[in-house]
Design a protein. Structure first.
Length: 291
């Protein structure tokens, strides 16, 4: 498909007329008609019906529309990337909020004003998709599904802890035994963090006895709810450092076969990135400082 023809197709769809599309694109109306004709020929299907009622999209055009918009968006991203000097970092919510800032500060000091840095913080699945589609250059995530074309290296192994409010019966426990977590109701945080899969791995079939009483959507919401006495939960240890120091929460390690429950965190980038690329430089700072 010719991308110029795709752009013309979208202009006709969005403006509603060949005349307005020509005006928007800065070309003649006959040129718009020829672009649409050529696109229809290349796809071997009719896309637009022109009659007295105006321009009607065929079922084929309706199917093509979302893909056409995606194609143009990809082209715009590619052109922007060629001109950009930005390092676009993606991070899952817990990592971006609680773990990444010191590393980012060090990187900015080390490469002062060499290039701009954009940080995108979102849910794990969203960051994975942004990395794959080129919206971010490097990602820090709580899991990775081994998509081809990327390098994923273990960054940190972060302890998970059981958090309870002050005056909770378990607050002075050195560790929470595995048996204590059976038939317990917990507050749930952000979906897609991989914590559920980790619990399944460590607790096996017994994990079904651990129930989510309320899904709150974020670790910050979970912490506030636990402080208010609405329940208990499992979170990354470093996400509650300040609350534990202030006495607002108690964080108790989870004992699994004489080991504490930990989550592996990953840094991921494209295989094609060269050693001189800012992405590789930032990755090395992360990996070197975490060892």
């Amino acid at each position: 498909m010719n991308f110029e023809y795709i752009e013309t197709f979208l202009a006709v769809v969005h403006t509603g007329s060949f005349r307005q599309a020509a005006k928007q694109l800065g070309i003649s109306q006959p040129a718009v008609s020829q672009h649409i004709k050529n696109l229809e020929a290349s796809l071997n299907t009719q896309l637009i019906i022109r009659d007295r009622k105006g321009n009607q999209l065929t079922p084929a055009a309706q199917k093509l529309l979302p893909y056409a918009e995606s194609l143009i968006l990809v082209i715009q991203r590619a052109l922007s990337a060629l001109k950009s000097t930005k390092l676009r970092i993606g991070a899952s919510s817990n990592i971006g909020i609680y773990l990444l800032p010191p590393y980012l500060k060090h990187h900015l000091e080390l490469y002062d004003n060499s290039y701009e840095v954009d940080l995108v913080i979102d849910a794990n699945p969203v960051i994975a998709d942004k990395l794959e589609t080129g919206l971010v250059d490097i990602a820090l995530m709580e899991w990775w599904d081994n998509r081809p074309g990327f390098t994923a290296q273990l960054w940190q192994s972060e302890e998970l802890v059981f958090i309870v409010p002050p005056n909770h019966p378990w607050q002075n426990l050195p560790k929470v035994p595995k048996a204590y977590l059976e038939n317990i109701e917990m507050l749930g945080g952000e979906k897609g963090t991989g914590t559920g899969r980790l619990l399944q791995q460590f607790f096996g079939e017994q994990v079904h006895k651990m129930r989510i009483s309320m899904q709150l959507g974020s670790t910050e919401a979970v912490k506030r709810a636990v402080q208010a006495g609405l329940g208990v939960s499992i979170v990354l240890s470093k996400s509650v450092t300040q609350e534990v120091q202030a006495g607002l929460l108690y964080a108790i390690p989870i004992d699994v076969d004489n080991k504490t429950l930990r989550k592996e965190l990953f840094v991921i980038w494209r295989n094609s990135i060269s050693c001189k690329n800012p992405v590789h430089q930032f990755a090395q700072i992360l990996l070197n400082e975490s060892t």
